[in-house]
Design a protein around this ligand. Sequence first.
Ligand code: ZN
Ligand code: ZN
Length: 452
Amino acid sequence: MNIEIKYDGAKLLLPEIACDCGGTHAQPDMDIYIGKGVIENCAEYIQARVLGKNVVVVTDNIVYDIAGKRVEQLLRTNGYQVTLCKLEREEPLIPNEVGLGEILLTLDDTTDFLVAVGSGSITDLTRYVSYRTGKPFVCVGTAPSMDGYTSVIAPLTLGNLKVNKPADYPRVLICDLAIMAEAPYDMLMAGFGDVVGKYIAKADWTLGHIVNNEPICPACIDIVTQAVEKCIDNIEGIKNRTEAGIQSLIEGLILAGLTILIIGHTRPVASNEHGMAHYWEMMKLLRGEEPASHGISVGVATVYAIRFFEEFLDQPVNTLSLEKVQATRMLKEERDTIILEKYSPRIGEAILRDNPDEYLAWDEQKRRFQIIVDQFEAIRKELDFLPNTSEIIEMYQRVGAPYTAADIGIDTQLLEDALVYAKDYRNRYTVFKSANELGILGDVVNRVLTSR
Ligand SMILES: [Zn+2]
Ligand SMILES: [Zn+2]
């Protein structure tokens, strides 16, 4: 399968998905523009969608000077009635109930649509308000920092707790490369980490297909593969913030994000690396510490997940004893207790409630054990696309991204807990589960922690 990505001027032509995987493939109803200086055409792009005349522009005090003000001017000049919702913050903006309230209170009966000017937090707040009020929104993205511009989930914060809410994707997405190239470097590295993490998503999905006959979509696999390759091939350009480099990064993020809309779930873009990053984020918040940004954490977790694959695929699985695995496997009560302890009672209870069938009956574990042992050579071959640890570290060093847990304030205990318990966060099949079901999770984690 080879999906070709094309443009008509600055407009990204969404690929026609002719895939025979048997699943349904939605065609997202969205106009995406990527290019240098495209912000100047924002009114024209919006007019093409006939969204109405009364618009609320949502931005924050920092982005207002960079892009918000220009969007506001252009819309006014083109006959739009603009109400500005500028979220004034001295600290970094948190996408929480306060911001949501400010946006809601700016809307009134005459509001036709919203325009979010910003990156992750601004877009997530706006997409949730858009979804709840039924008013469409447009996004002018200002940093290539995450794959969520096209998302239908808004990761928000309520009190100190992360909540993922259903939300809407923008009708128009405008990515001006000149503005994105000026974003803080750690935002670029966050985007890089979020894209490179797709290696793990692809590997775990492939594994799930082999072990559990899970449906796999070659079109989506092809799209995420292209997304990762674009970034890897343009490391120098990203580092030097060239137009081609920034374009490869935002394109990679958008393409990866689009697969979620096409297939209707996040299997193509998120697996253990996201599970580990979420674990770190939750534990940091519980401790009252500030976690690293999403993509930065995903990027670091990806390095450990790659090392995990490497160690796992190196195991002599044909020497494992099924009887020993059965004799030493954990009881359901033990497992539940550990999840409550390692995730905190509040989050642990939600995990147990949402994944009631996660404790495998012995017959099922035995079946999976046998398939992995029998198919181990085939699995190794299918996962041959994964870079090895030294290659991935070399890439991170070249681009200047953090790659050790210590680099982002994760201590050894939190690293080990993420490697051992990220598998329990959701029911998605991953290599962490494979190792666990073969009774070698602890060994593999130890090897990951002690190798260099
Ligand atoms: Zn992500
Ligand atoms: Zn498909």
